[in-house]
Design a protein around this ligand. Structure first.
Ligand code: SF4
Length: 177
């Protein structure tokens, strides 16, 4: 918060980014965060979906349901003020307004050169889930890796769902509604 205020004072464009999960997505909390952002001249606020991956894997039981996300997104859309609110693509997927961009529009390249289909598809050791691993640079040619990957029907589906969440669900054999 101190850094955001200093950046605004220095004329730097600032975006706040927060993750939605039960501890943060109460109406009271969201309203007070929004009020603070508006009062302090923060132009943008991005709301992110919670992924039980990496460090978050220990918090799997706190994963909100789709209907909880949709309800709180509706509430957030009703807040109006200086700060522009927008949602991460994987939240908009829940509303059916966009499709999963994995491979089709975006990829991730990890510091060790591993190319992955989705930046969130990592386990609790920060290793990519096997079916999201596309290749490794510079050993493999990136254009060839992407050409091959885009042909895999798994990544070209036209349906709206998050494959990372689906993969975790399958692996955990539990339902993340
Ligand atoms: S798999 Fe999920 S998190 Fe990854 S790009 Fe698709 S919607 Fe986003």
């Amino acid at each position: 918060m101190v850094a955001m205020k200093k950046c605004v004072a220095a004329g730097i464009k600032v975006r706040a980014a927060t993750v939605l999960y039960p501890a943060t997505m109460t109406k009271k909390n969201l309203k007070s965060v929004y009020r603070w952002l508006c009062e302090n001249g923060i132009p943008e606020w991005e709301l992110l979906r919670f992924y039980p991956v990496g460090r978050g894997i220990k918090l799997t039981k706190f994963t909100p349901s789709n209907s909880e996300y949709l309800k709180i997104m509706k509430f957030l859309r009703g807040l109006h003020g200086f700060t522009r609110i927008f949602f991460q693509h994987s939240l908009k997927i829940l509303e059916g307004t966009i499709k999963c961009p994995a491979v089709v529009e975006s990829i991730g390249i990890l510091p060790n050169g591993i190319v992955i289909a989705c930046a969130w598809a990592i386990d609790d050791n920060c290793r990519p889930y096997p079916s999201f691993r596309l290749g490794k640079l510079p050993v493999d040619d990136l254009d060839e890796v992407l050409e091959k990957a885009i042909k895999i029907s798994e990544f070209c589906t036209k349906t709206n769902f998050c494959r990372t969440i689906a993969y975790i669900q399958k692996g955990n054999k539990r339902e993340v509604k």
